[in-house]
Write a protein that binds this ligand. Structure first.
Ligand code: GRF
Length: 188
């Protein structure tokens, strides 16, 4: 198994994966970000497939092809999304069917989308959580692999709640990927 990671942002989830003794062969980021330094420090090849636009003129299809090309250059067979900030189009799902895994900071199918933590807080739920799932073209919708509940406390802010959720993600996500790697090696 050769894992390629798609990351953006602070990269704390990426760091948990890098620390977990997984067969990570490449990290791909969509913008200059802290995730880049984390990959470099771990000695994992990192590529910036930089987005040229965050506006309406963004060529999502063309961009997706560039990401697929980068994953193919590293001979990746499992893609793990770790806070990647760009929604990718059909070609990546065609090329990696049921081979893309994502972690989402809520109990899907509740609170899909970028603002899952804000939305859970605004809804006043007392329990939210983490979902590790296969990614499909429909965002935050693929088959669920693992879930864990996280309590919402009365004085939570988006930041405190997200940090409590991420503490669980940093344990659960590597565990799930380790299991997938193990299952795959037992098959062969
Ligand atoms: C995580 O909560 C992940 O589920 C979400 O983005 C966050 C990434 O966190 N999609 P970090 O930047 O790795 O700390």
């Amino acid at each position: 198994m050769r894992i390629g990671i798609l990351a953006s942002g602070t990269g704390t989830i990426l760091q948990a994966l890098l620390d977990a003794d997984l067969p990570i062969v490449s990290v791909i980021v969509d913008r200059p970000c802290a995730a880049t330094e984390r990959a470099e420090r771990a000695g994992v090849p990192v590529e910036i497939v930089e987005r040229d636009s965050f506006g309406a003129d963004f060529d999502r299809l063309g961009y997706t092809h560039k990401v697929v090309d980068a994953l193919e250059r590293h001979d990746v067979d499992l893609v793990a999304m770790a806070g990647f900030g760009t929604i990718l189009d059909k070609p990546i799902h065609d090329r990696f069917p049921r081979q893309i895994v994502n972690t989402h900071p809520a109990l899907l199918p509740s609170f899909k989308g970028w603002h899952a933590v804000d939305d859970a807080l605004a809804a006043g739920v007392k329990i939210t959580g983490v979902t590790v799932h296969y990614a499909t073209l429909e965002v935050d919708d693929g088959p669920i692999i693992a879930q864990e509940a996280v309590p919402v406390l009365d004085d939570d802010t988006v930041e405190t709640l997200h940090e409590r959720i991420k503490t669980v993600e940093r344990r659960l996500y590597p565990e799930v990927l380790q299991r997938l790697v193990r299952d795959e090696s037992e098959k062969s």
